[in-house]
Ligand binder design. Structure first.
Ligand code: PMP
Length: 461
């Protein structure tokens, strides 16, 4: 390792506290310093090249060196680097982006509201929903349902939506009024002999029973990712969305599609809502919206949501909510350029083509490796759930050990994946080529073969 990299890692350990990291352990060595990016690759400070098979945090859709996004940012910075949209002000990038998003939404939407992160967008959506209930005089309608394993962010309300225990533990979360139902994770939650469709019916019945038990007049909204990302890449089984939506409608419950990962092509269509035939009342967008080059997120809402909010804000004098940098003009200009690039390069056709190969290679590993319990995914998102014993689906080790080990071996080979529990996830930049897909799965195949070999020779434990 170069001296410079050594110094950076020492400074990292000395000065930096990282998100989602063992803070004590980081004092020992510091983080892995990533220095530069090119296409689907990043390079660490020692010059080692990695294929970024998760696109950073599922977000760098256009890869790490898209010149047009840099140029769009520079052009906007030179003209107007910052302005806001509070108290009657506005600016062209935010107006244009709002128009583009509302027009391209897969269901009729009315307005866009801009924030900086997925968490802020979900918090904002919750506040909008509470505000709307008050506007309608339905003051008891405040509870929110989301799913176990769902990930919606880490601010106080969005972390309450999140259904992952470690995101609650020691934070005194979730807040009261946030209810979590079973994840549509057929491999782990399905009963023996139960079809995917029957599993969906059972889960939707569970949701309806909860709504009735809590009192339908107290339930405001249901938040869900079309495909659950950070909870383990969970693709809902057949019938889930189809059966769920009429139940929500029956009780007047707002459906919020958290498209932070799925949005802008990840599942093979522009939005996950299209892939799964979801008709949300609100959509939460971020990540690939700007390819993560700058922070930006958006809430789209239909008239059923917007109109009462507009009435209430008129009565009070303002919708008293917003962020200094929400929809920052430079970030908005970058997002507009992302949409231009996706359209001009017909990126959705590329994703449809390359994802066939991506899913085929992923599933072939599910069939060939004794360590893969389930291979699942859709479009350019996928995961391998690792087990020691396919029949019992058990890892027989501490949960997470298998995937963590595989992740480490794979990273040494120059492929960055993501380990979540015993699931190894992949969500590469949308611009990935067929050959680069092969680089990922050739690497994974080698790693699994090595692990099988170590296990059979008793070296693994
Ligand atoms: N929703 C989903 C579905 C996400 O995956 C994430 C981030 N991984 C968030 C919300 C939160 O976004 P942020 O980290 O920008 O707050």
């Amino acid at each position: 390792m170069s001296d410079e990299a050594d110094i950076l890692e020492m400074k990292d350990a000395r000065y930096l506290m990282h998100p989602f990291t063992d803070a004590r352990a980081n004092l020992q060595g510091g983080g892995m310093v990533i220095d530069r990016g090119e296409g689907v690759f990043v390079y660490d400070s020692a010059g080692k090249k990695y294929l970024e098979a998760v696109a950073g945090l599922w977000s760098v859709g256009l890869g790490f060196s898209e010149r047009r996004l840099i140029d769009a940012a520079v052009r906007q910075m030179e003209k107007l680097p910052y302005y806001h949209t509070f108290t009657g002000k506005s600016h062209a990038p935010q107006i244009e982006l709002a128009a583009r998003l509302v027009e391209m939404a897969p269901v009729p939407m009315s307005k866009a509201f801009f924030t900086n992160s997925g968490s802020e967008a979900n918090d904002t959506a919750i506040k909008m929903i509470w505000y709307r209930s008050n506007a309608l005089g339905e003051t008891k309608r405040k509870k929110i349902i989301s799913r176990k394993r769902g990930y919606h962010g880490i601010t106080i309300a969005s972390a309450s939506l999140t259904g992952i225990p470690v995101d609650h533990q020691s934070f005194d979360l979730p807040l009261p009024g946030f209810l979590h139902v079973t994840a549509p994770h057929y491999y782990r939650e399905g009963l023996e002999g139960e079809s995917g469709d029957a599993f969906s019916t059972r889960l939707v019945n569970e949701i309806e029973a909860l709504i009735v038990a809590e009192g339908p007049e107290t339930i405001a909204a249901f938040f869900a990712e079309p495909v659950m990302g950070a909870g383990g890449v969970i693709v809902p089984p057949q019938g889930y969305w189809e059966k769920l939506q009429p139940v929500l409608k029956k009780y007047g419950i707002i459906l919020v599609a958290d498209e932070v990962i799925c949005g802008f092509g990840r599942t093979g269509r522009m939005f996950g809502s299209q892939t799964f035939d979801i008709r949300p009342d609100m959509m939460i967008l971020s990540k690939q919206l700007s390819s993560s080059y700058l922070p930006i997120s958006a809430i789209l809402m239909n008239d059923m949501v917007f109109e009462p909010i507009a009435d209430e804000s008129h009565a009070i004098g303002a919708f008293a909510h917003g962020f200094t940098n929400g929809g920052n003009p430079t970030a908005a200009a970058v997002a507009i350029e992302v949409l231009n690039i996706m359209e001009e390069r017909d990126l959705m056709t590329h994703v449809s083509d390359v994802s066939v190969h991506f899913q085929a290679r992923l599933r072939a590993l599910g069939a060939s490796s004794t360590l893969v319990g389930e291979a699942r995914g859709v479009g350019l998102i996928g995961a391998l759930e690792l087990v020691m014993d396919k029949a019992t689906r058990s890892s027989s080790l501490e949960v997470g050990q298998l995937a963590k080990y595989a992740f480490g071996l794979l990273q040494n080979k120059g492929v960055i994946a993501r380990a979540m529990g015993d699931t190894l996830a992949f969500s590469p930049p949308l611009i990935i080529t067929r050959e680069q897909v092969d680089m990922i799965f050739d690497g994974v195949a080698d790693v699994l073969a090595q692990m099988e070999q170590e296990i059979s020779s008793g070296q693994f434990y």
